[in-house]
Design a protein around this ligand. Structure first.
Ligand SMILES: *Cc1c(COP(=O)(O)O)cnc(C)c1O
Ligand SMILES: [Zn+2]
Length: 394
């Protein structure tokens, strides 16, 4: 395997620490060898089951049994949306409660192979929660930059309890991202684990493999939220590789969803622009509150190559979809993770009987968002009559 520039195709050896191309500045990806696709043998469960298609040595993996998450059929919401098989790939079942763990196991394994003394990231929450846990498991320093006052309580608690060094930046995610990138480029011992890191995306591509293996075929459509857009890029790469290995015979359409107040990629695709940026991204779905997504070129390619689509949903539509999933399917996902269901309800999907929505993170990450939009709790005296009255059964 080698590192290849996504923009100009320049190639760099796998063991060189480099985050963007030094010729054109674009992001990199890991390119596999033709022989890697020759009857790869999978064994075990989770991300490292797919070791033959991953960089890094499974024997040295820093792992917490990530991946192998459930693919749950939505029996109630699916038919109502006119989709005969609607599934939720529930990434909240990962060790720290989001899909970030798939990437982090490969990223941390890489950091150890490189002899890094610290790992670092800018984070809207889940990356820091995941990186802090994996760094703790390995016993190396974790440095986290967060945008001031914009990180969900559960995610912040995770980074704190795992012992990360947390710095709040007086700015938004995009400021934190720029700073941590500069820090790791200047200090070679600090290894950057944002989704600009192509090794992390290799771990995340295993979601595609699992979906195909669980279904026994390729779905028609995959819908997921886009923030920095590493995940849509990674998953698309995964499907392409599974086809190249002869394990599926076609590819799904990829649909990327953004919040109305933070939709740089949707705007870029609509206007066919060569830039991708919104100045002050706003949405209650903090995981996708990103104005300058580092992987936007990869995401645009994934949507266009797959014949997919993209679109926006409002915060109200996100909250409604979150409730819908919780109340009708029994699945509590965080706001960003409800965006795909909100998209399907709003825009529909044509010619698709098997649709997979990626529920990127667990609902308990962000309980405040639910409490904020809920009615006040009813109260009762500790007597049966008072209880009956409270329940309206007096
Ligand atoms: C990180 C994250 C996203 C966005 O993923 P990208 O790869 O940045 O597009 C969406 N939802 C949740 C819950 C996340 O943690
Ligand atoms: Zn380049």
């Amino acid at each position: 395997m080698i590192q290849r520039c996504f923009g100009c195709d320049a190639r760099f050896p796998l063991d060189r620490i480099i985050y963007t191309c030094d010729r054109c500045g674009a992001v990199l990806e890991i390119a596999l060898e033709a022989t890697d696709f020759d009857h790869p043998k999978f064994a075990g469960r989770g991300v490292w089951r797919y070791a033959p298609l991953l960089p890094g040595d499974a024997a040295n993996a820093v792992t917490m049994a990530e991946g192998a998450t459930g693919l749950h059929r939505c029996d109630r919401i699916g038919p109502e949306l006119g989709i005969s098989e609607l599934y939720l790939k529930n990434e909240g079942e990962n060790p720290t409660g989001s899909f970030k763990d798939r990437g982090m196991t490969v990223g941390l394994t890489r950091a150890v192979e490189l002899g890094a003394t610290a790992v670092a990231c800018a984070s809207t929450g889940n990356t820091s929660a995941s990186m802090a846990a994996y760094a703790a498991r390995r016993g190396i320093r974790a440095i986290v930059l967060i945008p001031g006052g914009q990180v969900a309580t559960g995610k912040l608690a995770q980074a704190i309890v795992h012992g990360a060094e947390i710095v709040q930046i007086d700015g938004n995610f995009d400021d934190a991202m720029r700073l941590v990138h500069e820090l790791s480029v200047e200090d070679g011992d600090i290894y950057l684990l944002n989704s600009i890191n192509p090794f992390r995306l290799e771990g995340q591509k295993t979601l595609a493999f699992e979906v195909c293996e669980t279904l026994g075929r390729c779905p028609d459509v995959v819908v997921l939220p886009m923030g920095n857009a590493g995940n849509i890029s990674a998953i698309w790469k995964g499907f392409k590789e599974f086809r190249r290995a002869g394990l599926i015979d076609r590819l799904p359409r990829m649909i990327g969803v953004q919040a109305e107040g933070a939709a740089p990629i949707v705007e870029t695709l609509r206007s066919r622009s060569e830039t991708c940026r919104v100045e002050r991204p706003e949405t209650i779905a903090t995981a996708i509150r990103i104005g300058a997504p580092v992987n936007w070129r990869k995401a645009v390619a994934a949507i266009q190559e797959s014949g997919g689509d993209c679109g926006t949903v409002t915060d109200d539509e996100i909250v409604a979809a979150q409730r819908d999933l919780a109340r009708r399917e029994g699945r509590f996902v965080e706001p960003a993770s409800a965006a795909p269901i909100a998209f399907l309800r709003k825009h529909g999907v044509v010619e698709a009987s098997t649709v997979v929505c990626v529920a990127t993170g667990h609902g308990l990450k962000d309980p405040d968002m639910v409490l904020k939009t809920s009615p006040t709790l009813i109260r009762a005296e500790p007597t049966l009559s008072s209880l009956r009255e409270a329940l309206g059964q007096a």
